[in-house]
Design a protein around this ligand. Sequence first.
Ligand code: GTP
Ligand code: MG
Ligand code: ZN
Length: 292
Amino acid sequence: MTLARALVISTGRNSAWVALDGEPTPRLAQLRRVAGARSMPVPGDWAMVRMLEDDSVVLESLEPRRTVLARASARGRSKTLAANVDTLVTVTSLGDPPPRTVTLDQLLAFAERASVAAIVVLTKPDRAAAGVPEQLAQTYGALGYSVIVCNPRAGENVAPLRAALVGRQALLCGVSGVGKSTIFAALGGRGATGDVSRHGLGRQTTMAAHLYRSESGFLIDSPGVSDFGLGDLSPAELARGFREFAAPALGCRFTDCTHLREPDCAVAAAVARGAIAGSRYASYRKLQRSSA
Ligand SMILES: Nc1nc2c(ncn2[C@@H]2O[C@H](COP(=O)(O)OP(=O)(O)OP(=O)(O)O)[C@@H](O)[C@H]2O)c(=O)[nH]1
Ligand SMILES: [Mg+2]
Ligand SMILES: [Zn+2]
């Protein structure tokens, strides 16, 4: 029986995929010893695991978290999604599925409010409508986000992503089919999938996890975690997720302007003269309605 340090990649009810130092392939660890502990492991946690004689792994304890990524939920409660993460890698497909900027803007607003960096990865340039990659790269590049257009299936332009991940503790997010698993394969990351039976109930759930270790950093793909709902946000809180609104908002007539229907709204004026992208403002309005 030996103890080892491991990075938590993905968690289920009674088990977690963990990556042991020096081991490329994730292992499934049982959580039974942490039952009753104050906090359940989340992706990005560092844990001590015990390796038993039958080669099974038990997660024993968690190291203190430096940061947590949490999603606000109803009634002011929050759910911890990940720990020790400093970067959100958002993945948007340029075609099949077609790009939905409202989804991307929601992820970026989440990152903004959580004070973590965000990288905009645009996949499937070979399926894109003419001009769209350039237009999206321009819109998000102008906001200060790093934009990487790559085709992970063909292995094209993956090097800039690899470079952007150096030293980053990153979490991958994006809807199904945008190419997240393909990105891991292109980076040379390792994945694991397995059926996990829930203790006592015998019910099986499939749990997948991907990990890419960069130089002094990591990129994690954990299904379910990328459910970055913004929760119940006031218009003012949501507006803070749109970084380009901050400067114009100082010119609104009302200091508590929601930028939706007030007179003399400087944000709406900036949209009208093209200083704020219309698609970003449309996302703001849509997210406003869905969080209200
Ligand atoms: N044409 C094209 N196809 C791509 C590209 N990147 C990924 N694909 C394909 O898109 C499909 C979906 O990719 P996945 O990597 O499985 O997507 P995912 O985001 O992991 O999806 P989920 O696991 O369902 O969340 C696969 O058939 C990939 O081969 C690309 O740049 N161009
Ligand atoms: Mg996948
Ligand atoms: Zn306003």
